[in-house]
Design a binder for this molecule. Structure first.
Ligand SMILES: Cc1cc2nc3c(=O)[nH]c(=O)nc-3n(C[C@H](O)[C@H](O)[C@H](O)COP(=O)(O)OP(=O)(O)OC[C@H]3O[C@@H](n4cnc5c(N)ncnc54)[C@H](O)[C@@H]3O)c2cc1C
Length: 490
């Protein structure tokens, strides 16, 4: 059954998730002002699924149960499903201007589904059945699942088994009749605290010596031995300032990352999807990363739409909207943003059916998509900052705009002085200008820049990871032959 946004939020209260922030355990993390905006973002994935005008994008018919499920819990059955995924993500980016977090789980579902099928075929294991049962539960209960891949990795020059501290890569510490015991951690986990369950996957291709690190499984977020340390974001404590909510920029929505620690967590057999089949670690990583590189061709584009709109409004508020260079900069921002969208749609349209039956994106095009994502949002931000002017980083606080403290020679208050000097065109009030400048600040270098900028750089793998894939998939030998054929070279 599809949950409403409110039901999702209430369902989180039933979990015993252990959350730490600023050196303290946070018991009521659902209502914590720093965490709540990220919960509101995920709630939006539920709310839009309830809205008939978005049903085609936000929901799908499950191939496992035949029921209507949230698309975030769906296994892609066609290239049309892959395209709809990108469109759904653009829509959510537009509605939240933040990272809405639920895509990592969807990308994990699709990668684990096909990888377990091929693993079972080779080894006679039962991982695919385990996974299908798990996903049926997720679909039935409309749950959020975190896709946890990135290990802390310690010394990047060493493989997992050579690390001084083995916990720097998540690994199996004990194999038992009824399951495995795992220890380690995952870094930068998007939406970890807001999720009901986690799917853990290996972080890189593994060799035989590293077989204990080739491990994938599902685990409830409040499992015994598991806890999270909340990640700081730029300007995060502004959310704690009740009198300065305008200064937050985006008071309702935000993203979330955490360090997830697993300290001797027991995983029953039925939730295991890989446990030592090191030759399938690379496949799982490549497929997850492929889907996730496609994802950014949707979500970042939706956030880009909001930033372009904000820049256009800033020009209007300044009375500069008719200037030809402003118009040209908005055209450039749109061109860059739509190029990213083209990449997301293209790698979806060129998708292919896996042996397990779900659809995988075109890997080369998805890597080109993500490589562009590591650059274009930065240029879009540069142009937004150009159009916005310096006020986005120098404006006094909301408290100052409201202050009654008399400071002027004629008894003017701080609030009156701020309102006098920060008035611009008649198209806006000073409060509207404040709100807009803070929103641009939020996306360009505040809390949402975590998702729009640095996640664009490193999320789903740093730029070099895509270049390696592009070099593998680029078929340079085939292209050399084309040149030889045309030139008449044998
Ligand atoms: C906002 C955000 C959200 C994220 N969300 C998730 C999530 O939900 N789930 C998840 O699993 N992961 C998530 N990630 C993690 C993301 O996949 C990693 O950041 C990415 O894989 C890079 O790893 P790293 O951050 O450890 O970078 P590092 O490994 O520290 O890399 C830094 C630089 O060193 C280079 N480098 C690293 N190792 C080597 C090497 N051996 N040889 C040569 N060069 C090297 C890299 O190319 C890069 O240029 C998220 C990241 C961010 C920033």
């Amino acid at each position: 059954m599809l949950m409403t946004g409110e039901q999702y939020i209430e369902s989180l209260r039933k979990l015993k998730t252990r959350v730490y922030m600023f050196g303290e355990k946070i018991d009521n993390w659902v209502d914590h002002p720093i965490i709540r905006p990220s919960i509101n973002c995920v709630a939006m994935t539920y709310e839009l699924a309830q809205d008939p005008q978005y049903a085609d994008l936000m929901t799908a018919k499950s191939n496992l149960t035949g029921e209507t499920v949230n698309r975030f819990a769906h296994l892609h059955q066609s290239t049309d499903d892959l395209r709809k995924k990108v469109k759904m993500q653009r829509l959510l980016g537009q509605k939240t201007a933040s990272c809405f977090q639920r895509c990592v789980g969807m990308d994990a579902f699709n990668a684990v589904f096909s990888t377990t099928y091929e693993t079972d075929k080779k080894y006679g294991t039962h991982y695919h059945e385990n996974f299908k049962k798990f996903l049926e539960m997720v679909q039935r209960e409309d749950l959020v699942v975190d896709g946890a891949m990135t290990d802390p990795k310690g010394d990047r020059g060493l493989p997992p088994h050579k690390q001084k501290d083995k916990d720097l890569f998540l690994h199996i510490v004990e194999r038992r009749e009824d399951g495995i015991v795992v220890s380690g951690a995952k870094c930068h986990q998007t939406g970890s605290i807001n999720s009901h369950w986690h799917i853990f996957m290996p972080t890189q291709a593994m060799r035989e010596e590293d077989k204990d690190f080739a491990v994938s499984f599902a685990c409830p977020t409040d499992a015994e031995g598991m806890y999270m340390i909340y990640g700081r974001q730029s300007c995060d404590t502004r959310k704690m300032e009740k009198d300065n909510q305008i200064d937050v920029g985006n008071p309702k929505f935000g993203g979330q990352e955490a360090l997830v620690v697993l300290d001797n967590v027991f995983i029953p057999n039925e939730y295991i999807f890989q446990a030592g089949e090191y030759d399938f670690a690379g496949m799982m990583v490549e497929r997850f990363a492929g889907y996730h590189r496609q994802s950014y061709g949707g979500c970042k584009v939706g956030v880009g739409d909001v930033l372009i709109g904000a820049a256009a409004l800033a020009a209007e508020y300044n009375g500069a909207q008719k200037a030809s260079h402003i118009k040209d900069k908005l055209i450039e921002m749109t061109h860059l943003n739509e190029t990213l969208y083209c990449c997301g749609i293209a790698c979806s349209a060129e998708g292919w059916k896996t042996e397990a039956g779900n659809y995988q994106i075109d890997l080369l095009l998805a890597n080109v998509c993500k490589q562009n994502i590591t650059r274009f949002p930065y240029e879009i931000v540069r142009l937004a900052e150009d159009i916005a002017g310096g006020l986005m980083v120098t404006m006094p606080s909301e408290t100052d705009f409201k202050s009654d403290l008399k400071v002027g020679r004629n008894g003017e208050t701080i609030g009156e002085i701020c309102n006098k000097f920060f008035a611009a065109s008649p198209a806006c009030t000073t409060e509207e200008r404040q709100k807009l400048m803070r929103l641009i600040e939020n996306m360009c270098l505040g809390a949402a820049a975590v998702g729009y900028r640095t996640e664009s750089m490193h999320g789903a793998g740093s730029p070099q990871a895509q270049r390696i894939m592009i070099s593998r998939q680029g078929n340079i030998e085939g292209k050399k032959q084309l040149a030889k054929d045309i030139a008449g070279i044998k």
